[in-house]
Design a protein around this ligand. Structure first.
Ligand SMILES: Cc1cc2nc3c(=O)[nH]c(=O)nc-3n(C[C@H](O)[C@H](O)[C@H](O)COP(=O)(O)O)c2cc1C
Length: 201
């Protein structure tokens, strides 16, 4: 597998920024280069939901040669151009605001531009939306993104795996992202549906 092309990770200001932290940790663990950008709102949410600061994590990730960070306003970053090769982009978690912007083709910050580029270049785009309940426009926008080629991966628990903690759910979603980008071939055995779970061996 060509793990040397970077994956672009975009963090928006939806709840669930732990999903982004674990996704980046996992890509780096698998030796997959990551280019990160994060919206201003994501920093606010990070402060509220995480025990370590965004700056501390950034410092840890930056010790890897496989990691690069761009500020949200850096519209001259390589990921703003379709000529810069990437494997595609995961937006995790994805706010309804960013989902709406992407559905309209808005590129008014680096995260949105990098996503727009990934769409136009027909690369893998994974959107992990976090909002509940969803109103009709949220659903229409998500549907538009699906028609544009994105995989919509809501961070739902796999109830059939009897997951016991939020961490279990996070690990499951992160592993599904890895599969979608082809950096692992399949989910680990403990995360796969087992027929005998329901007694039908
Ligand atoms: C603590 C906190 C939690 C939030 N959770 C969500 C959420 O789960 N989903 C969502 O769509 N917006 C959520 N928001 C609102 C977004 O942060 C807001 O719409 C922001 O403008 C999104 O901008 P961005 O998409 O550029 O990150 C939350 C805001 C805060 C402060």
């Amino acid at each position: 597998m060509d793990n040397k092309k970077p994956v672009v990770v975009g963090i928006t200001g939806a709840s669930g920024v732990v999903l982004a932290k674990s996704t980046i940790d996992r890509f780096l663990e698998l030796d997959v280069p990551v280019i990160l950008t994060a919206s201003s709102a994501s920093r606010i949410v990070w402060e509220k939901e995480m025990e370590t600061s965004f700056g501390e994590e950034l410092e840890k990730w930056s010790s890897s040669q496989n990691f690069k960070f761009h500020q949200i306003g850096e519209l001259t970053a390589p990921i703003a151009s379709g000529t810069f090769p990437t494997r595609g982009m995961v937006i995790i978690p994805a706010s309804m605001s960013t989902v709406g912007a992407l559905a309209q083709g808005l590129s008014d910050n680096l995260l949105r531009r990098a996503a727009d580029v990934s769409f136009k270049e027909k690369r893998t785009v994974v959107v992990v939306p976090r909002e509940t309940p969803l109103h009709a426009v949220h659903l229409r926008n998500l549907s538009d993104l699906a028609f544009m080629g994105a995989t919509i991966l809501p961070p739902n628990p796999a109830f059939y795996l009897f997951q016991k903690s939020v961490n279990d759910v996070v690990d499951f979603i992160v592993e599904r992202v890895m599969v979608l980008f082809g950096v692992v071939s399949e989910l680990p055995e403990g995360m796969q549906y087992k027929k005998d779970l329901f007694g039908d061996k």
